[in-house]
Design a protein around this ligand. Sequence first.
Ligand SMILES: Cc1cc2nc3c(=O)[nH]c(=O)nc-3n(C[C@H](O)[C@H](O)[C@H](O)COP(=O)(O)OP(=O)(O)OC[C@H]3O[C@@H](n4cnc5c(N)ncnc54)[C@H](O)[C@@H]3O)c2cc1C
Ligand code: SF4
Ligand code: SF4
Length: 464
Amino acid sequence: MKPNVIDEIVKNDLCIGCGICAGVCPQKILKIRGNEYGEYIPSEAQVCDSHCGLCLEVCPFNSNENETQMGAKIYGSTEGIKYLSETGYYLDSYAGYSNEFRQSSASGGMATWLLTKLLKEGLVDYVICPTPQKNPEKLFSFEILKDENSVKAASGSVYYPVEMSEVIQKIQEVPGRYAVTGLPCFIKALRLATQKNRKLRERIVFTIGLVCGQMKSKNYTKYIATLAGNGNSRKIQEVNYRGKSPEKPASNFYFQSTDEHGSQQKIFWNEGVSEAWANRWFTPNACNYCDDVFAELADVTFMDAWLPEYSKDSRGTNIVLVRSPKVLDIIQEGIKKEEINVSKISVEKVIQSQAGVIELKRKQLSYRLYLAEQKGRKTPEKRVNASKDIGILKRREIKLKAKMQEESKQLFLGCYQDHTLNIKTFRDGMHPYIKQIRPLRMLGRFAFPIRIIKKISKVEGKKK
Ligand SMILES: Cc1cc2nc3c(=O)[nH]c(=O)nc-3n(C[C@H](O)[C@H](O)[C@H](O)COP(=O)(O)OP(=O)(O)OC[C@H]3O[C@@H](n4cnc5c(N)ncnc54)[C@H](O)[C@@H]3O)c2cc1C
Ligand code: SF4
Ligand code: SF4
């Protein structure tokens, strides 16, 4: 009898809720449901007596092949392909935007441009991406879209759980060519599923990845909507996580929620949203064990151009990392026809733009693996080893963030009643951690230049 995802993944709190296991389950026994923390997990609708093990084989948090091994199979023999451990395989990289889609998109609108282009040119029949639902219990879900206007209406970044079980079942039922958007772990699950399922392999013809630092639970949205002034989560019909304001830099975007009467509340990133984001409040535990920054198994990956030369522009700018020759052709043609305003950027710059996420998913991951090992917790195999070889200030910061991650989940449950969060009690509960982490970060900022000065003095000393 083979084990399944419930015993191996869900019970070890390693599930990101992608829904792919339920989507491929031949008996349709697995169903995706929301838990009290506002995360998705699979559960068994009836006892599984088949034990085929397929659910585990497609799970990105099972210790199956890693992204480097899978990437080599998918892209390794592509002409002109290059490889770096930070980015995975890549053909070329660009920075820029689409004039048409930039304003309504998360960054430069390049993802929406590509998706609409694939439909317009008849290269796909359907696009699958998260789409607003106007349902307070399920603000977004993955949908199958057929026309460009629907794809445009689905632009923006969704920091809210979405799962793929139903669309995966639909792809198997309805023939056609599909382009699917996804975070790195979702794309890995899709690739694992296509290895096992011929229909998925033939029908999913483009995978569109997004760089990802972390996911957030539904309770995160309830928290920031309350911060913004929308106190009753049952009344939230729509949210926009990345509103753009001409007088602010791209990094200071705003969150906006809209209630059933059309009344809107907004809050900027630096007015409290960043505190919850950076300190990993409401982040699923699975994200602690993720080492894929650039969605290494996607045909193309989109991200924000977090570089000083771009981030001052409030309208937003993309960086694009291309792996598929077909996508490269489409982008080059878009440049020629002046549909997009993009130019080549070095891969070093691409890496620099995501330095924080790379540190989080590599060096800090090593220490998180070490901590988990100490506590006897099960973790998936990763491309970095468990290690405590990290500065003392960072160690303390990582531990504090882990505490906040856990505490935010539990505290929320105690402070949330009748669809309303008692924000004062919640914030008072989180305050002691914030008080401890602030001076650590300040010290970190001073410690960094001191480390560099020490290094330089050592080198200078050696020269003498
Ligand atoms: C959870 C999350 C974390 C991210 N972390 C980072 C980061 O650390 N650094 C960084 O540079 N960029 C990050 N991004 C990517 C960034 O926010 C933009 O999505 C990216 O730059 C593309 O911008 P765009 O203007 O081209 O996209 P748009 O033109 O707005 O199109 C985005 C497309 O992606 C789809 N989409 C949105 N959210 C999701 C989702 N959760 N799952 C699958 N598809 C989705 C939309 O439906 C739309 O089709 C993250 C995105 C998400 C969703
Ligand atoms: S495949 Fe996705 S939903 Fe299923 S157990 Fe793994 S992470 Fe969770
Ligand atoms: S951080 Fe990793 S595990 Fe978490 S949502 Fe992003 S890609 Fe998935």
